[in-house]
Design a protein around this ligand. Structure first.
Ligand code: IMP
Ligand code: MG
Length: 197
C-alpha cells in the first residue's frame, strides 16, 4: 500500500469514529440512537394494540416531531394518515420563550377520526394543552397525545401526562433527533444535552 493510501485510510477511519460529541464540545450524549429505536419499537407495538380497527390520524407537530414520526410510522403495521401542524414557542433567540403560535390547524381532516398528536417534548405542557384544545374543537372521535421526551422538575400547566411518553428527562436543554437550537442539530441521530447554548 502506498503511503498516500495508508494516510487516506487512517483519515477515513478517524472520520468514521467522530461523534457529535467530539465534533461539538457543547454536546453531551443523553439518549443513543439505539435506545431511541428500541423505545420506538415498543411504542409501535402498544399503538398497534390500542388502534386496531380504528381510523388513526397522526398529527405531527412540526418540526421537532419529524424524526419520531418518520421512525414510528415505519414500525407501525396499521393503516394510518399523517397530517401536520406547526407550533412554535421559541423566538429566533433560541431558548427564550416567545408567544405560542399554531399554524395549519384549519387544514386538518380529523372530524370523527382517532387522533394521536405526536410532539418532540413536553416541557411546561403549554404547547400540548393548547393543541389539544384546538383539535378537540374539531370533533375527533378520540384524542390522545404522544411525546418523545417528558421534562421532569419543570412547572407544568397540567398534571395530566401525555398518553405515551418514551423518555422522562431532567430539566436540561436538549437537541437532536428532531429537536433544535436555533434550527441547528435536528439531524443528530441521538438526543444530546446542549451545555452552553
Ligand atoms: P412547552 O410548551 O413548554 O411544553 O414546550 C414544548 C415545546 O418547546 C416543544 O415542542 C419544543 O419545540 C420546545 N422545547 C422545549 N424544551 C426544549 C429543549 O430542551 N430543546 C428543544 N426544544 C425544546
Ligand atoms: Mg415543538
Amino acid at each position: 500500500m502506498s503511503t498516500r493510501l495508508v494516510i487516506l485510510t487512517i483519515c477515513l477511519l478517524r472520520a468514521a469514529t467522530l461523534t457529535a460529541e467530539t465534533m461539538d464540545a457543547n454536546l453531551k450524549s443523553l439518549l443513543s440512537r439505539e435506545e431511541i429505536a428500541e423505545k420506538v419499537k415498543g411504542l409501535s407495538q402498544q399503538i398497534e394494540r390500542d388502534y386496531q380497527g380504528k381510523d388513526l390520524v397522526i398529527v405531527m407537530v412540526l418540526k421537532g416531531a419529524l424524526c419520531l414520526v418518520a421512525d414510528l410510522i415505519r414500525e407501525l403495521n396499521l393503516p394510518l394518515d399523517v397530517q401536520t401542524v406547526q407550533c412554535s414557542s421559541y423566538g429566533a433567540g433560541g431558548t427564550k420563550r416567545g408567544a405560542l403560535t399554531v399554524l395549519g390547524a384549519e387544514r386538518l381532516k380529523i372530524h370523527n377520526r382517532d387522533v394521536l398528536i405526536v410532539d418532540d417534548i413536553f416541557d411546561s405542557g403549554q404547547t400540548m394543552v393548547t393543541l389539544e384544545n384546538v383539535l378537540r374543537e374539531m370533533g375527533p372521535r378520540s384524542l390522545k397525545t404522544c411525546v418523545l421526551l417528558y421534562k421532569q422538575d419543570v412547572p407544568k400547566v397540567t398534571d395530566v401526562r401525555p398518553d405515551y411518553v418514551l423518555f422522562d428527562i431532567p430539566d436540561l436543554f436538549v437537541v437532536g433527533y428532531g429537536l433544535d437550537f436555533k434550527e441547528r442539530y435536528r439531524g443528530l441521530p441521538g438526543v444530546y444535552v446542549l451545555e452552553s447554548p
